[in-house]
Write a protein that binds this ligand. Structure first.
Ligand code: TYD
Length: 214
């Protein structure tokens, strides 16, 4: 079972994913947690290039291919082997991030992005995706607070410092994707308490696991 977490900056994906991983392990599942960009050794080299505000003048297409290089290697070296070994794989961001950030955000053609995503993943798509949704202003405020606390403003600035309008397009892009694929993408209200978010993610995961067992 392959599950991705998506959402705008500050939506709380990482927290939700960590809580779900813990809850699934307590129920006896083997769980692998990973993320993009940076879930494999190539991605760890690419991550600072992609996220650092000091990466100057990167074109939208070059940016796209760096994310895709990370994804292709990540699927090959981490995700597929973990799935084949019977793990539940939880991934913080995956193909939908490319559709909305490089599509709705940067203006690249979403159909071309879908095709190239499939090329990068060899056809692997998440069984389930949790879209943590909240108003952009709130997400950016949360992200700002988190970044300041962790002192990572400089290293993760390229997307965080985009305009409010950019982030609004990202949010709307995600909601449009969820409307297109309601059977895969579950919208989770990210303003709820963490316990409620966990309960929703857990029950959707258990339902999907039961569906597979039948
Ligand atoms: P990350 O540190 O994972 O941010 P967050 O905590 O918000 O998830 O940074 C990843 C950034 O890269 C995020 O702003 C979204 C962007 N991104 C893309 O533009 N395209 C992609 O395909 C992926 C995976 C991420």
């Amino acid at each position: 079972m392959f599950i991705s977490f998506e959402g705008i900056e500050g939506a709380g994906k990482s927290t939700a994913m960590a809580l779900l991983a813990e809850a699934l392990r307590l129920r006896g599942h083997d769980v692998v947690e990973t993320r993009e960009p940076g879930g494999c050794s190539l991605g760890r080299l690419l991550r600072p290039i992609l996220l650092d505000a000091r990466t100057d003048g990167l074109s939208s297409r070059a940016e796209l291919f760096l994310f895709l290089a990370d994804r292709a290697q990540h699927v090959h070296s981490q995700i597929r082997p973990a799935l084949e070994a019977g793990n539940i794989v939880l991934c913080d961001r995956f193909t939908d991030s490319t559709i909305v950030y490089q599509g709705a955000g940067r203006g690249l053609d979403p159909d071309a992005l879908r095709r190239i995503n499939l090329l990068a993943t060899g056809g692997l798509t998440p069984d389930l995706t949790f879209l943590l949704d909240l108003p952009v202003a709130l997400g950016l405020e949360r992200a700002g607070i988190r970044n300041r606390r962790e002192g990572t403003v400089i290293s993760e600035g390229r997307f965080d410092s985009e305009s409010l309008n950019f982030h609004e397009r990202i949010r709307q892009g995600y909601l449009a994707l969820a409307a297109e694929e309601p059977q895969r993408i579950a919208i989770i209200d990210a303003q709820q308490p963490a316990d409620d978010i966990l309960l929703q993610c857990l029950s959707a995961t258990e339902e999907a696991l039961r569906g597979r067992a039948e």
